[in-house]
Design a protein around this ligand. Structure first.
Ligand code: FE2
Ligand code: FE2
Length: 163
């Protein structure tokens, strides 16, 4: 398990609503938190494979928070029909309430749904998360019980902060 991911996760758990992401489903039987961790690991693998120099900490933090919209988007409410377009702004608003974000982290969250969002990502970290998010969405749609290692990691509570 990537030590830097655990460190960022522990920091982000403190005085925040990150725990809520365990209760909300992203796709299939994958929770929002499992999804965001899968996106982080996928984006780190992409950066490593393509030998792209990235700000690892911002990539990890932005990746964990990219879907910090904090509601169940399967709840049938009328406004959920445009969830794909609106949730990046909601995630950014929530994340800014709970954390101090860098420009790169803001860009990652706000643009991760490009081309559904009007503006393309500005930073390479945001492009990588944008791509990793789409790869993970496909995995979650087509694979039964994806990410056993991430599920185990969360079960073992390795990532929980004391607070
Ligand atoms: Fe998203
Ligand atoms: Fe996502």
């Amino acid at each position: 398990m990537n030590r830097e991911v655990i460190v960022c996760l522990r920091e982000l758990f403190v005085n925040s609503r990150l725990r809520m992401m365990l209760d909300f489903t992203q796709h299939g039987d994958t929770s929002c938190l499992e999804h965001t961790l899968a996106v982080v690991f996928c984006s780190l693998a992409i950066a490593r494979f393509l030998r792209i120099r990235v700000s690892k900490r911002e990539l990890i933090r932005g990746g964990i928070l990219h879907d910090y919209f904090l509601y169940d988007w399967h709840d049938g409410k009328k406004e959920r029909r445009i969830h794909g377009f609106t949730h990046p702004s909601m995630a950014l608003m929530n994340a800014e309430e709970d954390f101090y974000l860098s420009r790169r982290e803001r860009d990652i969250i706000k643009k991760h749904m490009f081309p559904l969002t009007a503006k393309p990502p500005k930073y390479k970290e945001a492009w990588i998360i944008c791509l990793a998010d789409k790869i993970c969405a496909c995995i979650e749609a087509f694979r039964k019980e994806p990410y056993p290692e991430i599920k185990k990691m969360i079960k073992r509570q390795e990532c929980y902060a004391q607070g």
